[in-house]
Structure formats: C-alpha cells, structure tokens
Design a protein around this ligand. Structure first.
Ligand SMILES: Nc1ncnc2c1ncn2[C@@H]1O[C@H](COP(=O)(O)OP(=O)(O)OP(=O)(O)O)[C@@H](O)[C@H]1O
Ligand SMILES: Nc1ncnc2c1ncn2[C@@H]1O[C@H](COP(=O)(O)OP(=O)(O)OP(=O)(O)O)[C@@H](O)[C@H]1O
Ligand SMILES: [Mg+2]
Ligand SMILES: [Mg+2]
Lengths: 256, 256
C-alpha cells in the first residue's frame, strides 16, 4: 500500500521540485518503487527527469479532467524504480474547469487511488500556490512534506502554510499527517541561514528533519541534463544529503 | 503621469519581490516618487519594507473587492519617496470572489487609475502564479518587467510567460509593453549561471537589460531587518546593482 506524500509550500523557489525529483530518485536507488506526480503547470519535475513534455501524449491534466487511468500516462525514467506522471501547461486552465464540478477537490485522489498499490511511494510536486490543484494534492495525500529554504522570506510564510494544512485536515482530508519540514539550500557560511535553522528548529521541534539539504551547485546543474542528482553525480553532497533524507523518512515510517 | 510596471514570473523564487523593493528604493533615492503595490498574498514586499501586516488596517484586497480608494491604504516607508500598498492573506480568496464579477480583470486598473498621477512609478509585485490577481496586474500595467534567475528551471518557463503576456496584450491590455528581462542571482563562478546568461541574451537580444543583479548575501539579509538594500548597506554590491538598474530603466524611458 503506497504512501502518498505531497510536497508543498506556496513560497516560490524553496526546493519543492528538487526535493520531489531527488527524494524520488533516492527511494528508487534504495529499491522502493516510486512515482512522481508533477502537479505544477511549469512541469519542472517532468523535464528534470528527462521527459520532453512537448512529445508526451498524456499527462496529469487528462487524469483530472477526462478521468483517464494513470497507467495510460505514466512514463518510465532511467531509474527502474522511478516513474513519473508528467504535467502540462493546460493545468493552468484546469483550476477554472474544475471550479463548478462536484468533488472538485477529490479528482486527484480518485485518480491516484487506482494505482496506489503499485508503488511504495507516490510523491506529488506542487506549484507555488494554494489553488485548487494544490488543494487536490493535499486531499489525495497521506502526508505533506514542507521544504523551507534557509532564507528570511521562506520563514515568514511557514505559519500561514501550516494553517492552510489544518483547514484541509479539518474539511477535506482528516487522514492528512505532517511528514515534516526539511531545510533546504543551507549555506553553512551565512549567518542568516544559521538563524533560520535555529528559528525553525525552536518553533517546530520534532517536525523538523535532522537531515539538512546543503546548497550544492550540482543540484542546480542536474536538471539541465535531465538527470536526477544520483545519475548526475552520485558522490556529491547533494546525492549524500538526499540519500540520507530518504533513509530518515524510511526510519520514521518504520520501513527499514 | 506615473508609469505602472508589473514585476511578474510564475517561476517561484526568482527575485520578483527583491526587485520590487530595491528598484523602488533606488527610484526613491534618485528622487522619483514611487509606490510599491504588493499583489502577493505572501506579503513579502510589505514585510520587506518594514510593514507589520498584522497591524495595518487597509490593504490591496480592500481596493479590489470593496473599491476602497488607494489613499486610504497607502503606507509611508522610511524612504520619503517610497510608499506601499500592503498585501493581505485574504488575497488568496479574492481570486474566487472576483470570478463571477464583470470587469474582473480590470479591478486593479480601476483602483490604480485614481492615484496614477501622484507617482512617477508604480511597481506591482506579483505572486508566482498566472491567476486572476496577476492578470489584474498585467491589465493595470503599462509594462512588464520579468526577473530571470540564472538557473536552469528559470530559463525553461520563460517562453510560456512571454506567451501569456502576448495573450494579455491581445485580449485585455493592448498598451502593455515589455519593460524587459533582468537577470538575477548571478554567481560569476558558476558555469551554469554563465550558460543561462548567454542563452537569455542570445534568445531575447535587446529585451535583456545590461545590468545584471549579482547574488549578494546582503540582499537576503535586508528584509529580515525590514529595510531596503540601500538603507541596510548602501555600499554593497546589491545596492550598486539596483541603483545602476534604476538608472538604466530611466535612460530607456528618456527620463534622465
Ligand atoms: N540544495 C540546492 N542547492 C543548489 N541549488 C538548488 C538546491 N535546491 C534547489 N536548487 C535550485 O534552486 C532553484 C529553485 O529550486 P526548485 O525549482 O526546486 O524550487 P521550487 O520550490 O520547486 O520552485 P517553484 O516554487 O517555482 O516550484 C532551482 O533552480 C534549483 O535547481
Ligand atoms: N541577488 C540576490 N542575492 C542573494 N539573494 C537574493 C537575491 N535576490 C533575491 N534573493 C533571495 O532569494 C529569495 C528569493 O527571492 P524573492 O523572494 O525576491 O523571489 P520571488 O520571485 O519574489 O519569490 P516568490 O516567487 O515566492 O514571490 C529570497 O529569500 C531573497 O532574499
Ligand atoms: Mg517547483
Ligand atoms: Mg515574491
């Protein structure tokens, strides 16, 4: 029975996609069958694993709007244990198209329920907004993982995001847990980064993962080759951080 | 007659808010009366200039939904030539509230037309999405400024954004010009950053400003003190870059 983890934060550029791709790749390397669902019209997770979205026939939009079975749109990546459902720019319009539908918040859940048992983990990459597609992702998910960049503005929005998660928990998905908060783009030399780490750990205590993802240029380069960090450079700090992070999640879920 | 510039890019974390705050501050220092309009429910531009959004009485939501006159919600900052209309978390709901209104895309334009002559520049900070509030900003604007982070994913989304701008130009705002593309968070040591700069300059030619904003830790620190970069450290690279950028825009608009 696969676990669905939504990666969400309405603050932009905090490492949601980088975490979706490389946590997925790390689970794959550790022999856990993993699916990435790209729920962001920017389709960064799709291109980051080497999918050319101009060439694919089906995508997440078809599952949400036309109730196409996910197996029709799942694409294999170079990692045998990592598949992806790609995004599409049409997702921008999907929010308006779903507005007057009954069950509009449950469309993604209804789609993913069909394949949930085929994977150990399903990771949903959300766009930087709290619109209907992100609400769909939080409704479909068993837990939500929140990346927080070690910067001031990223800290500011955290309280609001946790409020939104509470609203979804009370109205749409009572089973939704907090997987936790992962600190990203940590530069040990910066005073501000250290202040943010201290502040997040003080406020959110054991919600915060021990693994911190350091700033590492390889993580920025890998997607330009359409590769996960493990394929791009398995020995760099980015790969080590994400593998450690995957192991920490597995331990937390009593899976190792 | 003030010029309204919308700062937009649906890619998150590319420097929209940092540019809105510090371009605004630079225009202020150069004696041009400037207003920042914070059109992002995260309200980063508001807190970045020292506004405590829990304490303000009025904000942009009131102008959009209740047609309150902007003068009722404008707040002065420490820079005598820089004012701000703060954002509010209620903006998240504004998109749904406006959906069935006639003129739903023109609400911000109608509000800003009331005060356009009181300023030389009005700068709108948009959220990382292409929803109704951003469309309102593009409809109200005379031109659109697109910050592009020197990273791979930021490059990928540029084509889509320029398509969206063309749609707004043809359907909602025929007067909308491209102010240009400004490269941000440039780290001279990174090969990828240099590749992105070359690629953007090759594809977009004279749309790209000569001034490049370098990565500079002071720019990340300043908002944690509620200060613009010029107040925080007038001699750092961030201040120099944004002052040069302001001068380049003034020259381009035959204002110096
Ligand atoms: N640990 C890291 N070290 C260096 N660069 C990173 C790291 N994590 C992410 N990046 C880079 O920072 C940028 C922002 O990351 P990413 O796109 O994953 O964030 P996001 O939250 O998905 O953004 P959006 O809000 O637009 O969806 C990307 O260019 C990415 O390559
Ligand atoms: N030139 C720079 N050098 C160093 N840090 C920067 C620079 N520009 C922006 N930053 C930092 O990078 C982060 C992202 O920038 P910013 O918040 O301005 O982007 P944005 O596009 O407004 O994000 P969002 O999409 O969430 O609105 C912030 O923490 C900011 O302080
Ligand atoms: Mg992303
Ligand atoms: Mg912003």
């Amino acid at each position: 029975m696969g676990k669905i983890i939504a990666i969400a934060n309405q603050k932009g550029g905090v490492g949601k996609t980088t975490t979706a791709i490389n946590l997925g790749a790390s689970f794959g390397v550790l022999e856990y069958k993993t699916l990435i669902v790209d729920a962001d019209p920017q389709a960064n997770a799709s291109s980051g694993v080497g999918v050319d979205i101009r060439k694919v026939e089906g995508n997440i939009y078809d599952c949400l709007i036309n109730e196409v079975h996910p197996n029709e749109v799942i694409i294999k990546t170079e990692n045998p244990n990592l598949d992806i459902i790609p995004a599409h720019i049409d997702l921008v319009g999907a929010e308006l198209e779903l507005i007057n539908e009954s069950n509009r918040e449950h469309k993604l859940k209804m789609a993913l329920d069909k394949i949930k048992d085929d994977y150990d983990f399903i990771i949903i990459d959300c766009s930087p907004s709290l619109g209907l597609i992100t609400v769909n992702s939080l409704t479909a998910a068993d837990s939500v993982l929140v990346p927080v960049q070690c910067e001031y503005f990223a800290l500011e929005g955290l309280g609001k995001l946790l409020n939104t998660i509470k609203i979804v928990q009370s109205r749409l998905n009572t089973e939704l847990d907090m997987e936790g908060i992962v600190l990203t783009m940590y530069d040990t030399r910066l005073r501000l980064a250290n202040q943010v780490v201290d502040e997040v750990k003080t406020h959110f205590l054991d919600l915060v993962f021990n693994t911190i993802i350091h700033r590492n240029t390889r993580l920025g380069e890998a997607p330009s080759f359409g590769e996960t960090i493990i394929m791009h450079d398995a020995t760099c700090k980015g790969s080590i951080n994400y593998l450690n992070f995957a192991r920490e999640i597995l331990q937390k879920n009593d899976l190792t």
